[in-house]
Design a protein around this ligand. Structure first.
Ligand SMILES: Nc1nc2c(ncn2[C@@H]2O[C@H](COP(=O)(O)OP(=O)(O)OP(=O)(O)O)[C@@H](O)[C@H]2O)c(=O)[nH]1
Ligand SMILES: [Mg+2]
Length: 430
């Protein structure tokens, strides 16, 4: 982040329709705004059963909002709920400043953060789909200019506006088709990569969970412990949506248990549907995993909601059949003993090596459960098999006989089958 960048002063607004989760959702909205280089100078809330169809807030509250905008030099209003095109138009008319809703805000964060070509395309697709039904509002005109997808300016008379609208719409639709096509190509390339990996039969484990739970911190801890290549660290930040691209690293647990660990984009409540769909291919890494590790910030009082949101989002992308470990993280912030394991749950801290080792043990147990101990007699002229075993299996014992090398090792299911014909016969002395 460019620290010299000035922060945009904003006011956040929200309707209290669900008292039990309202306060948290406003806190989260403010955090999201901060993650988007905004400074929240004021928050206005109103208790209403449902939003005013024309202006979201009631009339008096809109007047209050207009005054706050003037008094505090606010440049943008951020609304906690999704707004209709006419609500956007009316509030902008009353307050004379830009308004974006929660979905628009999340889309902006993703657009500013996306690094890889694929992430950029995915965000663009989500943004285009979000803009399409909002095309005739002034806010969408500005969004168009930001993404460069429109040839439209604001100063058109009504008749010209009609045709401008048609033109903008067609431009958006063409762009959607184009981006969809490019994404399909990128997904194909990914699939090939994944297939190659499948062929190498390396099991995959994916870290998933709510944003800021500690997924990337755990990833780095595991890289430190289980890879020779600890320069390949991923970015960690106390900020929502620090990670947007999936990173995959090859790690090895003791006993040559190689596996791939991937760090994925975090989830948040009310994650725009368009984004979830767009990020499906990034999340394919999770969808194809042999094991998921759901990371939870256990010190957060809203952890139950976070777990629920994560599980719902996983379901939305079709991932509800993969075995899962729950890593109840940030235990160091609580008065509890860690690491503590209970079934598939692990109370842990991402910065504690003992916790990471306990997590490694659980991965070993879940992913490498088909490992079997075998004693093999490898003839001396098959030296390449001995070196294969040295690299791929956990060798427990090696002995030399006249007829060859006797190796007792833990083998995975595939290797156990492959080496069946070298099994040391029970009548041969060990
Ligand atoms: N005290 C404490 N802080 C932690 C722990 N794990 C992570 N953190 C902090 O929590 C913040 C978020 O950590 P990340 O690893 O970036 O979280 P993430 O889940 O990857 O977040 P996104 O990429 O935004 O989805 C950082 O400031 C970390 O230092 C932990 O076990 N204990
Ligand atoms: Mg991360």
């Amino acid at each position: 982040m460019d620290l010299t960048q000035t922060l945009t002063p904003v006011v956040t607004i929200g309707l209290n329709q669900h008292p039990n989760r309202f306060d948290y959702s406003m806190t989260e909205l403010n955090n999201l705004a901060e993650a988007n280089h905004m400074k929240v100078v004021e928050t206005l809330v109103q208790k209403l059963d449902k939003p005013d169809p024309a202006t979201y807030f009631g009339k008096g509250k809109i007047e209050e909002l207009t005054q706050v905008v003037i008094d505090d030099g606010v440049e943008t209003i951020v609304a906690n709920d999704e707004l209709s095109p006419s609500q956007i138009r009316n509030i902008e008319k009353a307050t004379k400043v830009r308004i974006i809703d929660r979905t628009g805000l999340i889309l902006e964060i993703f657009a500013n953060r996306a690094q890889s070509r694929e992430a950029k395309l995915q965000v663009e697709l989500a943004k285009l789909k979000y803009q399409l039904p909002r095309l005739h509002t002034s806010a969408s005109q500005r969004l168009d200019q930001q993404t460069g997808t429109s040839s439209g300016g604001g100063f058109t008379n009504r008749g010209a506006g009609e045709s401008q609208y048609e033109l903008n719409r067609r431009t958006l639709e063409n762009r959607i088709t184009h981006v969809n096509h490019e994404l399909k190509e990128a997904a194909k390339a990914d699939q090939i990569k994944r297939k190659q990996r499948d062929r190498s039969e390396t099991p995959t484990v994916a870290l998933v969970g709510y944003t800021n739970a500690g997924k990337s911190t755990i990833m780095n801890g595991m890289i430190n412990l289980y890879s020779d290549n600890d320069d390949k660290q991923v970015m960690v930040k106390d900020m929502l949506f620090a990670t947007l691209d999936t990173s995959v690293r090859k790690l090895a647990l003791p006993g040559h248990r190689h596996f791939l660990l991937s760090d994925t984009v975090g989830f948040v409540s009310q994650l725009p549907h368009q984004l979830v769909q767009a990020f499906k291919s990034t999340l394919a890494e999770a969808a194809n995993a042999d094991l998921l590790i759901q990371v939870v910030d256990n010190s957060d009082p809203h952890r139950e909601m976070m777990i629920k949101t994560t599980e719902e989002t996983l379901k939305e992308i079709g991932v509800d059949h993969i075995p899962m470990i729950i890593a109840l993280n940030k235990a160091d912030k609580m008065a509890v003993t860690y690491p503590t394991r209970e079934g598939d749950n692990l109370v842990m801290s991402a910065t504690d090596p003992a916790s990471l080792k306990a997590l490694g043990e659980m991965i070993k147990e879940k992913v490498f459960k088909d490992y079997q101990t075998r004693s093999l007699l490898i003839p001396f002229d098959k030296g390449e098999l001995v070196s294969y075993l040295n690299d791929h299996a956990n060798i427990l014992k090696t002995d030399y006989r006249d007829s060859g090398t006797v190796i007792t090792a833990e083998l995975n299911g595939v290797d156990a089958k492959r080496f069946e014909k070298y099994l040391l016969q029970p009548n041969e002395p060990q």
